[in-house]
Every structure is written in structure tokens, then in C-alpha cells.
Design a protein around this ligand. Structure first.
Ligand SMILES: Cc1cc2nc3c(=O)[nH]c(=O)nc-3n(C[C@H](O)[C@H](O)[C@H](O)COP(=O)(O)OP(=O)(O)OC[C@H]3O[C@@H](n4cnc5c(N)ncnc54)[C@H](O)[C@@H]3O)c2cc1C
Length: 249
């Protein structure tokens, strides 16, 4: 499958360039929509290649028709011994606190995000304030788990992330995570902040200058359009951001 081959190539190139980078994969890119077994074979190829280079693979979380199947695939890979992989949890989903509780029975690397898809009100908090409050509660749970696991730090080569990664540009959420981690004694290198390429560079620099690991997420490939439209839908101001950059020399 082409997407899988591209991801394998990307892992090769990261290794050749000794880049401080890992990869994120959406399972529908590698066949989840077609067949669970096919997806699992592709994912296993990716994890095997990443393992050869000592690299890490983050499994992105998509919309709710895929939540359960994504977690199942992730667990299957852990059971097969692929440890250098992590998952994403979305704070807009009601189920997420149970998922975090279950997943954190082992110290699993989790990226916490608010969630990017349109979801029905019986599955996800419709109000932003509730999504934010749940983000803080889950951030707290992940920080506690990292402490209990001995506060593993970002790896020297920048590839294996700490247990909690916070994928947000929301200053209040970021400040909450920093304050709580400081209060309970989680070292800065034992958590990381992740932001989208080009968004809130000031905040990226601030966190980095304060001594926190910061990872930049760079979407690429032929399926950029739906991704781009979701980002525009969640923040119409991006239309202007996009147009102004399109015409900038
Ligand atoms: C590294 C990373 C990985 C992600 N992976 C996933 C995933 O696997 N699954 C998933 O469902 N979602 C994922 N997301 C998207 C996430 O769920 C949110 O939709 C997205 O991050 C916007 O929410 P926010 O937390 O930044 O907070 P918001 O409350 O939406 O925004 C807070 C502030 O950040 C700034 N901001 C936010 N977004 C933008 C923007 N696009 N352009 C300009 N300014 C902006 C604004 O100042 C805004 O006021 C990911 C996000 C990041 C950063």
C-alpha cells in the first residue's frame, strides 16, 4: 500500500538525516477503512521499521467510528511487543477518562488533545468550557501517571517522547499543565508540548525557552485537503492566515 511505503520511506529519511523527529500515523491512511487485518499488517511493518531505528510511532486518533478500533489495534501492537508507540486521547469525548484510566495501567505515552472532529452530543461535550475542564483533569491524570512511572524523560535523540504530551495552543491549558507538574514535582523534560507547524510560534518559543520539550507537528501528503478544511472549520480566522501567506513572497 502506497501510504505505508511512504511512511517507511519517511522513517528511513529521518534516520539518514539523524533528525530529532518521530512520526504520527492515522490508521485510516494504512487501511483501517478497508480491513482490520490489512491495517494491522501495515502498522506492524511500520512499527518494525521504526523499531530498527529506535524510533517512535504515534497513532493519531480520528473520529468516533474509529475510536474503539484504533485502541484495539494499538493494544494488539503492544501485546506483540512493540513498545515504542503511543496513542492520542481527545478531551471532548465522554469516554476519555475511562480510556486514560485503562491505558495508564501501563505507563503508555499519550498525546492529549481537545479533538478535531464533529461529534454527536451523546459522545462528546458540546461546550468548549467542558472540553477545557476535561483537558485539565486528564492532563493531571497523565502527569500523575508519569510521576508514578519514575518520570521518564524525552530521549536524548529527541525521538521517544515522555509519557504526557499536550497537543494544544491553548495558553491556559498549557499553563495548567506546567503549574500542576511543578506542584507535584514532575521535571520539565518528563512532559512535552506539541503544536502545529506555523501556529503560535511565540508560544512554541516560550515553552522551549522555559526548558520544556516542544514538538512540531507537520502534516503532509496528498490528503492534506480534508485536514486543511478541518483546521479552517475550527478556526475561520485561518482563512485569512492562509490567504495572507499564499501571497507572501
Ligand atoms: C500536535 C497536534 C496533534 C493533534 N492530533 C490530533 C489527533 O490525533 N486527533 C484529533 O482529533 N485532533 C488532533 N489535534 C487537533 C486538536 O484536537 C485541536 O483541534 C487543535 O489543536 C485546536 O485546539 P487547541 O487545543 O489548540 O485549542 P483551541 O481552544 O481551539 O485554541 C486555543 C488558541 O490557540 C490558537 N489556535 C488554535 N488553533 C489554531 C489554528 N488552527 N490557527 C491559529 N491559531 C490557533 C488560538 O489562539 C486559540 O485561541 C492535534 C493538535 C496538535 C497541536
Amino acid at each position: 500500500m502506497r501510504a505505508t511505503d511512504d511512511i517507511l520511506e519517511l522513517l528511513d529519511q529521518i534516520n539518514l538525516a539523524s533528525a530529532r523527529a518521530n512520526i504520527s500515523v492515522k490508521l485510516t491512511q494504512v487501511g483501517l477503512d478497508l480491513d482490520d487485518e490489512l491495517c494491522s499488517q501495515n502498522l506492524e511493518r511500520i512499527l518494525t521499521r521504526a523499531g530498527q531505528y529506535g524510533n517512535f510511532v504515534r497513532i493519531d486518533m480520528e473520529d468516533t467510528p474509529y475510536t474503539e478500533r484504533t485502541i484495539r489495534q494499538f493494544r494488539q501492537m503492544l501485546a506483540k511487543g512493540y513498545q515504542k508507540t503511543g496513542l492520542v486521547i481527545q478531551s471532548y469525548l465522554f469516554r476519555s477518562h475511562i480510556d486514560v484510566e485503562e491505558l495508564q495501567k501501563d505507563p503508555i505515552r499519550i498525546r492529549l488533545v481537545k479533538g478535531a472532529y464533529k461529534e454527536p452530543a451523546n459522545l462528546a461535550y458540546p461546550k468548549k468550557a467542558d472540553v477545557d475542564a476535561n483537558f485539565d483533569a486528564l492532563a493531571q491524570a497523565l502527569i500523575d501517571c508519569a510521576l508514578a512511572a519514575g518520570s521518564p524523560s524525552l530521549s536524548e535523540d529527541g525521538r521517544i517522547p515522555p509519557i504526557p504530551a499536550f497537543g494544544t495552543h491553548d495558553e491556559k491549558r498549557i499553563q495548567f499543565a506546567k503549574d500542576y507538574a511543578f506542584r507535584v514535582g514532575l521535571p520539565k523534560q518528563a512532559m512535552e508540548f506539541q503544536m502545529l507547524y506555523g501556529i503560535r510560534r511565540d508560544l512554541q518559543n516560550l515553552c522551549s525557552n522555559e526548558g520544556y520539550p516542544v514538538r512540531i507537528y507537520v502534516p503532509y501528503g496528498t490528503h492534506w485537503y480534508p485536514y486543511f478544511m478541518r483546521r479552517l472549520a475550527e478556526r475561520p480566522a485561518n482563512v485569512w492566515f492562509f490567504i495572507s501567506n499564499l501571497f507572501r513572497k
